[in-house]
Design a protein around this ligand. Structure first.
Ligand code: COA
Length: 267
């Protein structure tokens, strides 16, 4: 077991037997992803891609919490830059282009990017406690990580629209039925399942694995990049909107937002 240097104390990185385990480690904030965590994850994925000793990567949270998504305070204090750069975009680019098997294990809530990052994994395991949610519209934002393209492709427009436009939590059974996960395993089995699966992946011929993943991802690559650019531009614009200011104030004041005060074309 070799601890890998991590740029953030909130991202633990350990390589065991050819498998890099990336653990989200900010339970006090429900594993909300800060800019420092995005930067560390981007760096880890970049190094894992280049390191011949790494044959597969796992992303996991803590027992009872995968991730509460983007740090809502960071949306205000360290917003993504208008030119489309910065740690969030670096992480998304590294995630989308990651060329080795990527496996996720989810116990507890997986909100926002906690759910959309799963769309870029190759294998996903949930526990019955997993609760997924895409609250972009609820925060007066727009979807990210290419989810406005990938969700309708995966499950059809009306199912994707329900998840994105209403933004309710949905459970592991529904996520499995929608094609977002491979299996549901007991919470105390999750780690063993991830370990078993990634050991099997690490035993497979890496060259063939990488080519196969590349072939599966290639047809969508250009379209995904275009959509992610469009999502990113709108996301940054929305952060300055009156609707989003109301959504964030409501979040911190622990109350329901009042969006009816704004006209449809509110900036
Ligand atoms: N960003 C910043 N802080 C967050 C956060 C986030 N995304 N999610 C949770 N926190 C903070 C809470 O504000 C709370 O802080 P406090 O102790 O100072 O009040 C603390 O983490 C614990 O969260 P809490 O909501 O009390 O935990 P919970 O177990 O009741 O619920 C969640 C867990 C994940 C369901 C809930 O925290 C949640 O929905 N978070 C917001 C998710 C979100 O909107 N993310 C943005 C997606 S784009």
């Amino acid at each position: 077991m070799a601890p890998f240097p991590s740029a953030s104390p909130h991202i633990l990185a350990e390589c065991r037997d050819g498998v890099l385990w990336l653990t989200l480690n900010r339970a006090r904030r429900k594993n909300a992803l800060s800019t420092g965590m995005y930067a560390a994850l981007a760096e880890q994925l970049g190094s894992a891609s280049a390191d011949p000793a790494v044959r597969a990567v796992v992303i996991e949270g803590q027992p009872g919490i995968f991730s509460s998504g983007n740090d809502v305070l960071d949306f205000q204090q360290n917003p993504p830059s208008a030119d489309g750069g910065g740690p969030v975009m670096d992480f998304l680019a590294a995630l989308v282009s990651f060329d080795k098997p990527l496996v996720a294990g989810v116990d507890g809530p997986a909100v926002g990017i906690g759910t959309t990052l799963l769309l870029h994994c190759d294998l996903v395991y949930l526990t019955p406690n997993a609760r997924l949610r895409l609250p972009f519209v609820n925060l007066a934002l727009v979807p990210e990580a290419g989810s406005s393209l990938l969700l309708p492709l995966l499950m059809g427009h009306i199912r994707a629209a329900e998840l994105l436009l209403l933004g309710d939590f949905f459970d592991a059974e529904r996520a499995l039925a929608l094609g977002l996960a491979n299996a549901i395993v007991a919470p105390d089995e999750l780690h063993a399942q991830l370990d078993r699966t990634t050991r099997r992946l690490a035993d497979q011929p890496l060259g063939s694995l990488m080519l196969t993943k590349g072939l599966m991802r290639a047809p969508l690559r250009a379209q995904l990049e275009t959509v992610m650019r469009a999502e990113g531009k709108l996301f940054v614009e929305r952060l300055g909107s009156a609707e989003t200011v109301e959504a964030f104030m409501a979040f911190f004041e622990k109350r329901q937002p009042d969006f009816r005060q704004f006209a449809a074309a509110s900036p």
